[in-house]
Design a protein around this ligand. Structure first.
Ligand code: NAP
Length: 230
């Protein structure tokens, strides 16, 4: 059975991706930290005839990523969706070193380690999807820590894509603008929800990219609300 790993599948964009990819014949490995929320994603996947397995791991430490890798096991993963992410929104002068390091660990080092460890088993037609952001290419006041992680993940991703062309492994970058998820409740400030898009739109983009014929690489998808940035 084909195995797809989605990190941060307990809510928001990751949950929407899980639901969109759910179908008979695929095992979705759903990662997160919140077991109850992951069980909800599992129910949604099941309702679409899909199968799933819950993997719980903290991604801010190497030990946590290793715990996730142990749960994934040795069998190949055909699609890896690096989606889990965290944002701290504050001026550069106010970001603590531990927030900076956690941001880098979750948004950049965890995807790097997962890619590195899962790649050896990947074959032609396999796909790595990195959920980047408009903040991977554009700076926004108070988003420096988050932007730094997304710019860096984009750099990793673009180089990886070139390295993997000869092996026929695809690397897809998704660049959503503001998306209506709980992420916005965790960052201080008032945000115009009406200028956000739904997470299902990001999920649709992921589905489109990975369901192309294996010799076709959808490289970058940029999407957002017609109203533009917040
Ligand atoms: N929302 C937007 O406007 C937007 C726009 C562009 C890009 N993105 C990107 O899209 C991705 C998903 O964001 P979202 O909006 O869906 O956010 P969200 O609703 O806050 O969900 C974040 C997910 O990441 C997981 N996660 C966070 N910190 C973690 C950690 N330390 N260890 C393990 N898992 C962790 C969470 O797991 P638990 O809840 O189980 O703890 C959750 O499943 C992120 O990479 C984000 O940067 C979001």
């Amino acid at each position: 059975m084909r195995r797809y790993l989605i990190t941060g599948a307990s809510r928001g964009i990751g949950q929407a991706i899980a639901v969109r990819l759910a179908e008979k014949g695929k095992l979705l490995l759903l990662h997160g930290r919140d077991k109850a929320a992951l069980q909800r994603t599992c129910q949604l996947v099941k309702a679409k005839g899909g199968e799933s397995q819950i993997l719980i791991a903290e991604l801010s430490s190497v030990k946590g990523v290793e715990r996730l890798l142990r749960q994934i096991g040795q069998k190949p993963v055909q699609v890896l969706v690096n989606n889990a992410g965290v944002a701290y929104v504050k001026p550069v002068s106010k970001i603590t070193l531990s927030e900076w390091q956690e941001n880098l660990a979750v948004n950049l080092s965890a995807p790097f380690l997962l890619i590195q460890k899962l790649l050896p088993q990947m074959k032609k037609g396999c796909t790595i999807v990195n959920i980047l952001s408009v903040a991977a290419q554009q700076g926004f006041a108070n988003w420096s820590s988050y932007c730094a992680t997304k710019f860096a993940l984009e750099g990793l991703s673009l180089c990886l894509r070139e390295e993997l062309r000869p092996r026929g492994i695809r690397v897809v970058n998704i660049y959503p603008k503001a998306t209506r998820t709980g992420l916005w409740k965790k960052v201080s400030g008032k945000w115009p929800v009406e200028k956000m898009m739904e997470p299902e739109e990001v999920a649709e983009a992921v589905y489109y990219a990975i369901s192309r014929p294996k010799e076709v690489q959808v490289e970058n998808i940029f999407l957002g609300n017609i109203l533009g940035n917040l």
